[in-house]
Design a protein around this ligand. Structure first.
Ligand code: ADP
Ligand code: MG
Length: 693
């Protein structure tokens, strides 16, 4: 697009930016003028009024003007700069932990008037601001008292809000010199404000009274989100068209093998399983590839449905690849499948990262010469050396752990001329319908909406972690009764190392507290052999207690485990908590889940934990999560997809999701060139690097 030659102008062409800052911005994904324009505020702050120190309220954000009384540097383990200011009504302390000594000479000199903005903290010196935004106060040129709301942007250390605001304002000026093309056809535009106006408003809310200003921000947000939703819907529609243009090998239903397997089961299929199996069988009997998402709550029996679908393919002499996110799950699925398939004379292949070289080579050979008809594996399934013989169906388990391009990398392994394999994509993280339309509009959806009979809901309680000792004795009692227990130590940073450490520390503490028990430890940084051994020991009841990280979150099945403790539960997503809890309550025992939290709980955290405590239906939990957090935040999380959204996290209004979908259908049909432009504007090629689609 000509308009977005802004797309090609790098940020360092702007003023007031140095090399280091430029590098940091690039790291944040801000490379061009367009990136800046699409870097939307996360929130707005009201700095339209000066607050008097006497009337400050702890926990609120305030703007204060005051005269510096004294500034000093104190040592208390670390260097701290303290500056006391007064506005005549009271005294406020400003604290800095990171500072250069110049700051005193340049700004916080006694006698000077300072203006500072930040959150009021209750400190040793009563009112405190820690690392506030600040500047020297000059009457009539007050930079920080704004007549409108101030945008706050996602940022990183070393990139100040002032710098971001300044750069974005320069970008907005450049925007005005370029002709922006409205991409939404006039006929389909129902009263939306212009794209340019929306960009200006979202970054610089207009001068107005607060209420009017908020209304305008809302309209601008709507305009941008609507177009981004359009882009994603249009992308999905184009993917769907593309899929339809491929051929696939039609797979007829093979009653004989299926009935044999079912006859060997100690239970019968649930109605939902039967219904879903039929949907899949109908799809794969066609000569275009199936791409179907199978949603089913934790424990609803998706593996069996996958196995039965696979059987049809195997019976026809073609191949199936089942991809799972962890090596532990490879083991478990292989165990399950062997149980079902060995009596039918079907061998299972397996493939994973840490396999011994010789073993792996043997497995790959068997797959490429067609001797293996079904293989279970991790990401290794789409490694370069892999060649399939006649890959006709790929099954992805726990799809939220895979990126779109990983799914497609496996898919392309079955590419032959215009032929592509069928795809069955399974997830236990149900996402509400409205959201599914954005993330999965390219897929057909099947739902298993019942659990096998005889399952008891897991009794869930919420307990502050100060009562840990009580819990420990409860664990002991349960174990002495022959029960088994999971103790889950998730931590919040996205680091396997830290998570492993947290689990190790807890393991040591629990071993000390419970010397009579055998306690296992499992985390992502252990060798596979070790993990396998520990898991087997737990399965065989040699360990009564298993201390674990979230590696057990997906899929693991130990029916005798009937108690689970989850630490830091207030910081986990609802979907993840539900998944974790799904590891207990798998047998006939009454099962319990204890959610430990660090008090105090915020109002939202409380509501979320209560939701998990009271509700056991994963679909309903997902729906409530949507209501508590709002669609924007939910779509922005990893649980719901791998798409990198730009504006959608400011989405407040659910209605526009379906409006955008309707409009997308019309644009797709009537204005195909516009569709391409809208997709280009919002979706980076990298995000959707799916050449095979
Ligand atoms: P998920 O959907 O979470 O992947 P699994 O496939 O692991 O669930 O199934 C959980 C357990 O339920 C397994 O032990 C499986 O053998 C069992 N199961 C599957 N289908 C049924 C059924 N129809 N009746 C009873 N148990 C079943
Ligand atoms: Mg599963």
């Amino acid at each position: 697009m000509k308009e977005f030659c802004l797309n090609t102008i790098p940020i360092h062409k702007l003023q007031k930016i140095n090399n280091i800052q430029d590098k940091k911005l690039v790291k944040m994904g801000l490379k061009t003028i367009k990136d800046l324009l699409f870097h939307f505020p996360i929130r707005y702050e009201d700095r339209t009024q000066i607050n008097s120190i006497k009337n400050l309220i702890f926990g609120t954000y305030v703007t204060v003007v005051g005269k510096v009384i004294e500034t000093k540097i104190v040592f208390n383990n670390r260097r701290i700069m303290l500056c006391r200011i007064t506005d005549g009504t009271g005294i406020l302390t400003i604290k800095f932990f990171n500072f250069t000594p110049n700051i005193i000479k340049n700004t916080f000199t006694p006698g000077r008037q300072i203006i500072a903005y930040g959150e009021v903290i209750r400190g040793k010196y009563e009112f405190e601001l820690i690392h506030p935004e600040y500047t020297i106060y000059k009457v009539n040129s007050n930079e920080m008292i704004k007549k409108t709301l101030t945008s706050i942007y996602p940022s990183t250390e070393g990139i100040s809000q002032l710098l971001l605001r300044n750069l974005i304002n320069q970008a907005l000026i450049m925007l005005d010199h370029h002709k922006i093309i409205e991409l939404i056809p006039k006929k389909l535009n129902k009263n939306l404000i212009s794209f340019t106006e929306a960009l200006h408003t979202i970054h610089n809310p207009p001068l107005d009274n607060l209420q009017k200003s908020e209304k305008k921000i809302f309209l601008a947000g709507n305009r941008l989100v609507f177009e981004e939703l359009l882009a994603h819907n249009l992308k999905m529609l184009s993917i769907k068209d593309k899929i339809k243009s491929y051929d696939a090998s039609p797979i007829p239903k093979n009653h004989k093998l299926i009935n044999k397997l079912i006859a060997n089961l100690p239970f019968s299929l649930t109605n939902s399983q039967k219904k879903v199996l039929q949907e899949i069988e109908k799809d794969i009997s066609k000569n275009h590839p199936m791409v179907r998402l199978l949603q089913g709550d934790v424990g609803s029996g998706k593996t069996l449905v996958a196995a039965l679908s696979a059987l049809n393919v195997i019976a026809q002499g073609e191949q199936v690849a089942l991809m799972v996110p962890t090596e532990l799950l490879v083991e478990q699925h292989v165990d399950n499948l062997r149980q079902w398939f060995t009596p039918l004379g079907i061998e299972i292949g397996l493939l994973f990262g840490k396999q011994k070289h010789k073993e792996r080579k043997a497995q790959i050979d068997m797959i490429s010469n067609g001797k293996t008809s079904i293989v279970v594996g991790t990401h290794s399934l789409f490694q370069k050396q892999m060649r399939f013989n006649k890959l006709a169906l790929i099954i992805i388990d726990e799809q939220h752990r895979f990126g779109v391009h990983q799914r497609s990398a496996l898919w392309s392994k079955g590419e032959k001329n215009n032929f592509r394999p069928h795809q069955l994509i399974m997830t236990a993280t149900p996402i509400p319908r409205t959201l599914a339309m954005i993330n999965y509009a390219d897929l057909d959806i099947s739902i298993i909406d019942e659990l096998p009979p005889g399952r008891n809901p897991v009794l869930t309680v919420i307990i502050p972690d100060i009562r840990r000792n009580k819990i420990i004795s409860r664990v002991e009692k349960a174990c002495l009764k022959g029960r088994q227990v999971y103790w889950v130590c998730p931590i919040i940073e996205e680091s396997e190392i830290l998570e492993a450490q947290a689990a190790e520390v807890n393991w040591a503490l629990l071993k000390k507290a419970l010397p009579t028990l055998n306690i296992g430890l499992i985390h992502g940084r252990m060798k596979l052999e070790e993990k396998k051994k520990t898991m087997n020991n737990f399965k065989n009841n040699k360990f009564q207690l298993l201390v674990t990280t979230t590696v057990i979150e997906v899929g693991v099945n130990v029916p005798n485990a009937s108690l689970m403790i989850i630490e830091n539960s207030e910081r986990l997503g609802l979907a993840q908590l539900h998944q974790l809890r799904g590891r207990v309550g798998r047998g006939s025992l009454e099962s319990y889940c204890i959610l430990l939290y660090k008090p105090p709980l915020s109002e939202i955290a409380k509501r979320r934990l209560e939701t998990i405590r009271n509700i056991h239906d994963g679909f309903l939990i997902a729906q409530l999560d949507l209501e508590i957090r709002g669609p924007g935040e939910l779509l922005g999380t990893k649980q719901t997809g791998t798409i990198d959204f730009k504006a959608i996290n400011i989405l407040q209004n659910k209605v526009i999701i379906s409006e955008a979908q309707q409009t997308a259908y019309s644009i797709h049909k009537l204005y195909p060139e516009k569709a391409i432009d809208i997709i280009d504007r919002w979706i980076s090629k990298k995000t959707f690097d799916i050449n095979v689609f």
